[in-house]
Design a protein around this ligand. Structure first.
Ligand SMILES: [Zn+2]
Length: 754
């Protein structure tokens, strides 16, 4: 037992209180407190007594590898895989042969992994739309309340803190830059280098060790997600192998006494059923994910090698597409210290991680940790047998105007339902091509999913709904396409392919024509309308681009991407009223998404409405305390508006959280000058002369300030430099003349004493 009763008595609160007290002294404001995770005031922890690090409460490393298909991992049977770390973990742990994600999308699936609630319950049905409601308890909160240190390190903007998965993590690292997000066509492609993410995670792990409290670390790796890196061999397997390499560093960091849990949020289509990536369909390639748990100390014994089953064939790879991908079926042939056969779900992860932590957590899923102590835990086996794994995708509805899909699978059968339903025996027929009778429990499970509301309205609380109504918006159910029933996404694969092909057309005119043709066929094709508006932007026709977005928002009032683009275009053409309205709508839909505040802020800055700038930035920072843009703009506004000390704090935080602004030191110099600290101001002006290459303002401001302070000797080099480079305004010329005269006077021979 490490730490023992002393650590328990001190608990997590002690270390945190000390850190927060330090932060309070340093901050002089609320934002730094929010930054280091200090609430005001701290509520007593609820739940079990705080834990010290010991065998009952081991350190836990939870790694999600985005888009990792189970059948591309060596331990699952892939002879072409290069995944030595995953294979070694399986050799010392339990491999779950049939683990299934609850959704083929990153945010909905991760929200389930980290709460143990289904998408219909936690409300995150698509990427980038809603945020996790405060009423949904999180695993991180639970573990933190039980005495764990909690840190999260994510690699892609789809898991930004804005969507609310940060709740319960002392540190949730998601330093995505707004400029990258607005530049990227698809924000799913805004990612951080994995090595940087792992470095930060390792540093946190080491620093958190000092407290003596157990640690829960979640790291999200993004390598296998498209775009795949170019290189020799199969590009998807190459990215999987890279992720395995990063995992190796985390396993080495964790050491033998930690529990290590690795899974994925969903698989990848790789042309199974006609889908290249993921989101649209619910085939086995998409929902089946690896799940490997290496308990503290590992499991002993010879490797289990159950009989292989047929692997998933590739159906209908388009001619010439992805010729470098090796798509032959891979046998389902697991190899691990323990192979767990029953079908399990992403719903089970939160309860399982809590079970490993010795802190039981009530969720919609089952705690699978008994499998690490007993190869056949009877109660758990019966609970699993009574409960199929289920999945949903609302992506077809929200992006294509087609029907959502639902899936249920038990240990023998699988049912996928949309406009039409197919049941099959997946053990013999992994691609589910042949109809086979399935037990009623599966159709019941699907019917239950279908009875849950669709994603259209989202989990709006009455207050948010009232704010929306006040803004003139009503959230309505998405329209049925003209002529009646929705189409089935499995029949929409060709249209999706045509859409993706159209989006790749370089010539914006040709792209606009192709997208218009697709929209004429399928008016609910939200993504095509987004693409069409961007094509009009490229063609310089902003009014048409805005009209396309207005029509999209009439059909889909909650489409965040459309709202964001609509607000940005309105801002561009100085339609301030529309920009503020659309950005306000974004804030109402997700008060934690900083994009809406940024657009409102830029609009107020343009209008030079300083009171509104401070108001919006303050509200934005209350929900996105690490947003560099908001800190920067608020800091500048405060320096200009007579609160230089507060302004300096925001400017420093803006730099700390990664602002790209090059004139931060200039504004810091001004802030200190206005606060009367000449020495600090000089230091920042000097720094600004280096970051603002060719800009004479820091030279001029430093020279003038020093001259005014009567420090001519220090002022002269700055003033001379400005003058030489042709930037001498009358004020500078006057100060230069005065200081040079002073120097002459100082050099002049002193009059002889009388
Ligand atoms: Zn994902």
């Amino acid at each position: 037992m490490v730490g023992g009763s002393v650590a328990k008595a001190d608990g997590r609160g002690g270390a945190r209180d000390r850190r927060c007290a330090r932060a309070r002294r340093a901050a002089g404001g609320l934002w730094l407190l929010a930054l280091v995770g200090c609430g005001e005031p701290e509520a007593p922890p609820v739940g079990p007594a705080p834990a010290g690090r010991d065998s009952d409460h081991p350190d836990i490393v939870f790694v999600t590898i985005d888009t990792l298909r189970a059948d591309r991992v060596g331990a699952y049977g892939d002879p072409l895989a290069s995944t030595p770390t995953l294979d070694a973990l399986a050799a010392e742990g339990a491999l779950f042969r049939e683990a299934h994600a609850v959704a083929p999308l990153t945010l909905p699936s991760h929200a389930t992994l980290l709460t143990g609630r289904s998408p219909a319950t936690h409300g995150l049905r698509d990427n980038g739309a809603m945020r996790l409601p405060d009423a949904v308890p999180t695993l991180a909160e639970h573990l933190r309340g039980g005495g764990y240190r909690t840190g999260a390190f994510v690699s892609a903007y789809v898991l930004d803190a804005a969507w609310g998965l940060d709740r319960g993590f002392e540190l949730y690292r998601s330093p995505f830059r707004p400029q990258d997000v607005s530049r990227a066509g698809a924000f799913g492609e805004v990612e951080l280098p994995a090595a940087e993410v792992v470095n930060a995670a390792v540093a946190w792990w080491e620093s958190a060790a000092r407290s003596g409290e157990p640690r829960f670390l979640w790291v999200h790796l993004f390598d296998p997600h498209a775009p795949w890196a170019a290189g020799p061999g199969d590009p998807y397997r190459g990215d999987v192998s890279r992720a395995d390499g990063h995992l190796r560093r985390l396993v080495e960091m964790a050491g033998p006494d930690a529990a290590i849990v690795v899974t994925a949020d969903h698989g990848e289509g790789l042309w199974s059923e006609g889908e290249r990536h993921h989101g649209l369909l619910l085939g086995r390639a998409i929902t089946r994910v690896p799940l490997i748990i290496r308990p503290p100390g590992g499991l002993a014994g010879p490797l289990e090698l159950p009989a292989p089953r047929p692997g998933l064939p590739t159906l209908g790879q388009p001619a010439g597409a992805d010729a470098e991908l090796l798509l032959d079926a891979v046998p389902d042939a697991p190899k691990a210290a323990r192979v767990v056969a029953p079908t399990v779900s992403g719903l089970d992860l939160a309860a399982t991680l809590a079970g490993l932590a010795g802190l039981p957590f009530e969720t919609e899923g089952l705690d699978l940790s008994p499998f690490l102590r007993d190869p056949s835990p009877d109660a758990l086996l019966s609970a699993l047998a009574a409960r199929p794994a289920v999945a949903e995708t609302q992506y077809p509805l929200l992006h294509l105007g087609a029907s959502p899909l639902w899936m249920a699978q038990d240990d023998a059968h699988r049912v996928i339902s949309g406009v039409w339903t197919r049941a099959c025996s997946w053990v013999e027929d992994p691609a589910c091509t042949v109809e086979a009778a399935a037990p009623p429990s599966l159709s019941d499970a699907v019917a239950k999913l279908q009875a849950a509301p669709t994603a259209s309205a989202g989990p709006l609380d009455p207050e948010v709904a009232a704010r929306l109504a006040a803004l003139g918006y009503l959230t309505e159910a998405p329209p049925a396409p003209p002529g009646g029933a929705r189409t089935d996404p499995r029949d929409e694969v060709m249209r999706l392919r045509a859409l993706r092909e159209a989006e790749l057309l370089r010539d914006p005119k040709a792209r606009a024509r192709a997208l218009e043709a697709l929209i004429a066929e399928q008016p609910g094709l939200a993504d095509a309308r987004l693409g069409l508006s961007l094509a009009h932007v490229e063609l310089g026709d902003i009014p048409r681009a805005r009209a396309v977005l207005a029509e999209l928002l009439r059909l889909w009032p909650d489409n965040m991407m459309a709202l964001n683009n609509s607000a940005a275009l309105a801002h561009l053409v100085r339609d301030d009223e529309a920009a503020l309205r659309d950005a306000g709508r974004m804030i109402a839909l997700n008060p934690r998404d900083p994009r809406g505040y940024r657009i409102q802020l830029s609009t107020h800055v343009q209008r030079e409405d300083k009171a509104a700038v401070v108001d919006v930035a303050t509200r934005g920072l209350a929900v996105a305390p690490n947003d560099p843009n908001l800190h920067y703009v608020l800091g500048v506004a405060q320096v200009q508006g007579g609160s230089p000390a507060e302004g300096a704090e925001h400017l420093k935080i803006a730099r700390l959280v990664g602002t790209e602004a090059t004139d931060v030191d200039l504004w810091l110099g001004l802030a200190y000058e206005r606060a009367g600290d000449v020495d600090a101001a000089v230091r920042h002006y000097e720094a600004a002369t280096r970051t603002m290459d060719g800009d004479l303002r820091p030279w001029g401001l430093a020279g003038l300030m020093l001259a005014r302070a009567g420090r001519c000797a220090q002022a002269l080099p700055f003033l001379v430099n400005v003058s030489k480079r042709g930037g001498a305004v009358p004020e500078v010329r006057e100060a230069l003349a005065r200081c040079e005269a002073e120097r002459q006077a100082a050099r002049a021979p002193r009059p002889a004493p009388p």
